[in-house]
Design a protein around this ligand. Structure first.
Ligand SMILES: Cc1cc2nc3c(=O)[nH]c(=O)nc-3n(C[C@H](O)[C@H](O)[C@H](O)COP(=O)(O)OP(=O)(O)OC[C@H]3O[C@@H](n4cnc5c(N)ncnc54)[C@H](O)[C@@H]3O)c2cc1C
Length: 391
């Protein structure tokens, strides 16, 4: 029975960074990362967009082979296709997640963590020895790992949280089903991401074009099933893509769920921490979760290492992780969630009017702040939300 200090379940951004930082904080600990898929980072279930500042806390994107594209502009599209261009409004990147996730796992390995692919945690239970016994299926064999701390970084379909007795349920209104094609041979600005908001195109979510290169992009959308007219995400996507890019070649397809909720009430238990999508740590307004997962992974790794070194892995001690996360981003997500709810009340006709009036602002003066102020003037119902957000 392998005996380890930290067992990380899942080698996405949360898990890889958790292992990396646990080893960095306490190099003497045995840290093992399990990844159920045969290759880290594949298949890609992501549009792969990240902001510059958050990314740089973990890695330097300049010249990195895990970057697909540098982004400078954001183009908002109204339901009637009116475009609001925000040029040079901040730097972002489109990653190549097959390489990026592997890069993060290699960082963990370089610190001394063991990374296992094709290894799936299938159950876990706590025995009288203050360890979690985790059943792991690898190459047709069943092993049981004994671990002082298990970090559940197992994504939206998390089981670790449930096995530890945490409430990881998602209200149906806060679960977006996403579908995405990689489209080749299409015409768009390759330095911009496009976001289109429309109840007809993507009810409860939005549609996106994230450039992977000139003429090639991740083109997808997310819908909340409760708000759909009976079509699923792929059917909405097919309709949108057929209209927008009739000549585009579909060279990739993916589906996935995005939890646009707030952090689960409790992210820890005796000897357990959950991080990233598994703990609903996605920005509920944007649906972005890569950087959040890395930040949570860093906190989880450091907290686990310190707890083991202090000989106390009780939930009382591990609660520090939850408080640190809420202070870092979790409390902000509560505010973003309220804004998301307020935006749900804006109909397509209002979005169209808003886009046209925002375009009266000179392009050089069009900042996110000015666009937001404009939106408040046109939609006073957003003012109480904005007040709560900024105060
Ligand atoms: C269509 C789509 C588009 C998105 N676009 C963006 C975007 O542009 N920008 C952004 O920031 N975010 C985006 N997201 C969200 C982003 O992908 C996630 O927030 C991010 O990947 C979360 O990282 P994670 O490490 O928590 O989980 P994941 O990346 O999901 O990693 C979890 C890992 O755990 C493994 N695993 C699960 N169960 C087990 C088990 N029992 N044993 C072993 N391994 C297991 C999985 O195979 C997986 O590799 C998108 C999501 C979707 C679905």
């Amino acid at each position: 029975m392998p005996d380890v200090d930290v067992l990380v379940v899942g080698a996405g951004p949360a898990g890889a960074v958790a292992a990396w930082h646990a080893k960095q904080a306490a190099p003497g600990l045995d840290v093992v990362v399990l990844e159920r898929d045969r290759a880290i980072g594949a298949p890609v279930r992501c549009a792969e967009g990240v902001g510059d500042a958050g990314l740089r806390e973990f890695a330097n994107p300049d010249g990195a082979d895990w970057v697909s594209r540098r982004i400078t502009d954001v183009i908002f599209q109204a339901p009637d296709d009116t475009e609001v261009v925000l040029a040079n409004c901040g730097l972002g990147w489109i990653l190549d997640r097959t390489r990026f996730d592997a890069f993060l796992a290699a960082q963990a390995a370089a610190e001394g963590a063991t990374v296992l692919v094709g290894a799936e945690a299938t159950a876990m239970a706590r025995n009288g020895d203050q360890r979690w016994h985790v059943r792991v299926k690898e190459r047709g064999r069943d092993d049981v790992y004994r671990a002082r701390v298990v970090i559940g970084a197992d994504g939206v379909e998390t089981m670790v949280g449930r096995w530890a007795g945490l409430d990881t349920r998602v209200p149906a209104r806060d679960m977006e089903s996403c579908a995405q094609y990689v489209l080749q041979g299409i015409d768009f600005n390759p330095d911009a991401i496009y976001l289109q908001f429309s109840n007809a195109i993507a009810p409860g979510g939005y549609a996106w074009i994230f450039p992977k290169g000139v003429g090639v992009a991740n083109v997808g959308l997310g819908v909340v099933a409760l708000k759909s007219d009976g079509r699923n995400a792929r059917q909405y996507l097919d309709d949108w893509v057929t209209r927008r890019f009739p000549g585009g070649t579909r060279t990739g397809y993916t589906v996935g769920g995005v939890i646009v909720h707030t952090t689960i009430k409790k992210t820890y238990a005796d000897g357990v921490l959950v991080a990233g999508d598994a703990a609903h740590m996605i920005n509920p307004l944007s649906g972005g979760g890569i950087t959040n997962a890395m930040k949570a992974g860093r906190l989880a790794g450091k907290t686990a290492a310190a707890a083991i070194c202090a000989g106390d892995t009780s939930e009382r001690r591990l609660a520090a992780y939850h408080h640190a996360w809420m202070e870092l981003l979790g409390d902000d997500h509560l505010k973003y969630y309220r804004i998301k709810q307020a935006l749900e009340g804006v109909d397509d006709a209002s979005f169209n009017k808003l886009a046209r009036s925002v375009n009266n602002i000179a392009p050089g003066k069009r900042t996110i702040g000015r666009v937001f102020t404009h939106a408040l003037i046109r939609h006073p119902q957003l003012i109480p939300v904005a007040a709560r957000f900024f105060v």
